[in-house]
Ligand binder design. Sequence first.
Ligand code: S3P
Length: 444
Amino acid sequence: MHGSNPTPMAFRSNGPLTGTVAVPGDKSISHRSLMLSALAVGESVVEGLLEGEDVLATAAAMRAMGAQITRGDDGRWRIHGVGVGSLLQPETAIEMGNSGTSTRLLMGLVASHPITATFTGDASLSKRPMGRVIEPLSLMGADFTTSPGGRLPLTMRGISPAVPIEYRLPVASAQVKSAVLLAGLNTAGITRVIEPVPTRDHSERMLKGFGADLSVELDGTTRIISIRGEAELKPQHIVVPGDPSSAAFPVVAALLVPGSHVTVTNVGLNPTRAALFDVLRMMGGNIEFANRREVGGEPVADIVVRGSTLKGIETPVETVASMVDEYPVLFVAAALAEGRTIARGLEELRVKESDRIAVMAEGLRAIGARVEELEDGMIIDGTGGETLPGGATIAARLDHRIAMSFAVAGLVSKADVTIDDMAPVATSFPGFVDLMKALGADVA
Ligand code: S3P
């Protein structure tokens, strides 16, 4: 578990970044690949699975509930599923590490199976709210005993038959949406989720791909997602595209370091995920998409980035959910831009792996950026391309994206930026440091 044996690293400026790199597989799609394959009858094969700690936690959990999961020497993962309705009672507590996605989606799966499961997590995950999934899953009939504040560790008792519900999402969260849809898989009748603000739609795409009877209707911009339960899922061959949330770090680094020219290949550009690249272009970023194609039912392209002078903007509120994990690194971009950036509508950032508004504001100030923290966002007055003073140690607080964001900031600072612990980066982006070094970053 991270935190006990920290890995500090210093990042410093070292001239232009150049080269072509590929980022690991998409984390959201990787989790869902394992979960849905584990519920299909027969063998599924997954290529390009993210082998990060969060996804490995999902693999271990699915094994504990009966699936056979192996990794071949060819890097392909093979999953023998148990069938919807046939998950086994795990013998011990399910250790979720740092992974909110694993926890919330698995809670959905357990909710409609007649099994009891205990979920535990690290210090970061144990602070995160689970009430948002407990509420709809309780309506479906599951029962919960939680730590104070509806947090981990918690024990839940699923139920079969569960009760189908129609649930309007009170927060824009793909995790909550997915938890209800996954619970609906083993619930007789139609389970419906009403989504006023669109969030990542990998669950819908993949559930359909596995053969579930799922439909999406639009009422204005509100999405109404219906799934018919007691589904039979058919095994699939899945190719996982590169994670746009990981690509964000080399992309922003290449924009900020003058003279850079970087290509990140095979990046997933699902419109419910890729708004960061549009916002960076609105800021004047030189970003091109080459070789557009489809991989595993998702739009994919190679992203070609050149060092650019960025301009501050008011970030669009409509697309917050489509770049929710990318704000930390966007704040770094804004700190180097010309003029003011105002980013609002970001309440959800306060309940991620850390309070990303507070932690980013504190860290950016420590390296000399001018920022004002707002309840729901941040105002940043950029340097206009000048390097930041740097010269501070940042507490990453078990948050991979905080660590990687300040690593990028170090590349455009006069004095080193030290991250107190880079170990949590392995949750989502194993190989991050080597990839940045391959592009020319100076890391010690
Ligand atoms: C995810 C959804 C998002 C995101 C997380 C992954 C998913 O969380 O922050 O990294 O795979 O469904 P919320 O749905 O809670 O916003």
